[in-house]
Write a protein that binds this ligand. Structure first.
Ligand SMILES: Cc1cc2nc3c(=O)[nH]c(=O)nc-3n(C[C@H](O)[C@H](O)[C@H](O)COP(=O)(O)O)c2cc1C
Ligand code: SF4
Length: 418
């Protein structure tokens, strides 16, 4: 299959400044969405090696096959466009520029799992994305290209609201908080039906795989990290924002695509607030999605002049505030870790507090009902390791000489409703 080069990647075609791509332009560029009977597209997606872009990197075909097995024609598919990670902008970039690619992927998923309806789930903070998707759904309705009903649901803008069981709980009329699993979504999800939740970027990739085939898609990436990836490049780079890279690109290539670093780099936060700190010298050659998980697709470049201890403490404060307060390890554990890390940053901690942090990390690991605490623990453990020099300076002298003001945002959303 030979495809024009300008149709292979998610953001190929009209530029983001042109606004949402219309259905007419989308069809002129990519042609109609191919149809596959009896779940045959699941095999195509499997051969393409598509993995989820929502955080866990789970194989998409495995998830779809498990849902199809239980579907009996009334499964539900959910496009997860909550994007509640504070530094991430990739899902909004996609929904506001290529809404029809997301809808194509959603409709292909619906066909593959024999779904009876589909939902796009978007944070209440992301009105531009919601407007673009609503207009795109209306265009499809007018063009009679909605084989199943597609609706839009708005999520509270809280960190855990994007977790898949929280999304399902919200779509079932409850609070957007993670529920204890099992049952897994493919067993019992929205309306008690088998449910697939996929990140909007994952679905958009499926729409390209349907057009170009698995081999072309594989060749866009490398070494099992097939296709392209959307990354949000943040903090000390010249061109912060969303960039599309070949799968398996290195951290150095990602930084170069963002115009290079603006200052001497101390560390890189790979994956976002779910991710981990990596010392600069260890980071350059790491291949995204191969040597290091891509998480929410955020890469934040942290310069030498800033204090990594204070920054990590600020992020821990955010993650503790964003606990859904349903499990002890998460509510009390994250609060204790955040409190002690803040004491360390303020220069009031003793060596035994640092030892206690490491002990708590081990004790809390794997004990939350969802992955929220584990994400926070990975961030803290990596921060203590990468900024070990600054940690010991804080323990010895109270503070280090670096600028303590946090560079990466750690918003306080506790006053928000929902
Ligand atoms: C605390 C938490 C927050 C999450 N937030 C999001 C989110 O905003 N968007 C998203 O797509 N996935 C989010 N996820 C991951 C989802 O639970 C789920 O794995 C994902 O939507 C599945 O899609 P994928 O298979 O296409 O990656 C979050 C997970 C956790 C633990
Ligand atoms: S681990 Fe935290 S966020 Fe997850 S369900 Fe428990 S309280 Fe909620």
């Amino acid at each position: 299959m030979i495809a024009p080069a300008e149709t292979l990647r998610l953001l190929d075609g009209p530029r983001p400044a042109d606004g949402p791509e219309s259905l007419q332009s989308h069809l002129a560029r990519l042609g109609p969405r191919p149809s596959h009977s009896g779940g045959a597209f699941i095999d195509v997606v499997d051969r393409a090696g598509l993995r989820g872009r929502g955080g866990a990197g789970f194989p998409t075909a495995t998830k779809w096959a498990a849902t199809r097995d239980r579907s009996r024609g009334n499964a539900i598919v959910v496009a997860n466009g909550a994007e509640t990670e504070p530094m991430s902008a990739k899902d909004r970039a996609l929904m506001t520029t290529r809404p029809h690619l997301v809808l194509d992927g959603l409709l292909l998923a619906a066909e593959a799992v024999a779904a009876k309806r589909a939902v796009v789930y978007i944070s209440r903070a992301h009105d531009d994305a919601a407007a673009a998707v609503t207009a795109a759904i209306d265009e499809r309705r007018a063009a009679r290209d909605l084989p199943v009903p597609v609706t839009l649901a708005r999520a509270p803008h809280r960190y855990v609201a994007g977790e898949e069981s929280a999304a399902i709980a919200h779509l079932n009329g409850g609070a957007a908080r993670p529920t204890m699993v099992p049952p897994r979504p493919f067993e019992r999800g929205v309306d008690g039906r088998p449910t697939v939740v996929n990140n909007v970027e994952t679905l958009a990739h499926a729409a390209l795989i349907a057009r170009h085939g698995p081999e072309v898609y594989q060749r866009l990436g490398a070494d099992g990290a097939t296709g392209t990836v959307l990354v949000t490049m943040a903090s000390a780079v010249h061109s912060a924002g969303v960039h599309e890279l070949p799968g398996g690109s290195t951290v150095a290539e990602a930084i170069s695509a963002a115009g290079g670093a603006t200052a001497s780099v101390a560390a890189v936060l790979v994956g976002g607030y779910f991710g981990r700190w990596v010392a600069a010298e260890d980071a350059w050659d790491l291949r995204l999605g191969i040597d290091v998980p891509l998480g929410a697709g955020v890469i934040a470049v942290f310069p030498h002049g800033r204090c990594g201890v204070t920054q990590t403490a600020a992020l821990m404060g955010f993650l503790a505030r964003e606990s859904a307060r349903q499990c002890g390890p998460c509510e009390h554990g994250l609060a204790a870790l955040a409190g002690t890390t803040a004491e360390l940053a303020a220069g009031r901690a003793k060596p035994r507090d640092a030892e206690r942090l490491n002990r708590w990390i081990e004790q809390i690991a794997g004990r939350g009902a969802c992955h929220h605490p584990d994400g926070a623990l990975a961030l803290l453990a990596s921060g203590l390791r990468v900024f070990a020099g600054d940690v010991s300076t804080h323990l010895r002298r109270g503070r280090c000489d670096r600028d303590p003001s946090p560079l990466l945002p750690a918003p306080d959303w506790t006053g928000r409703r929902g």
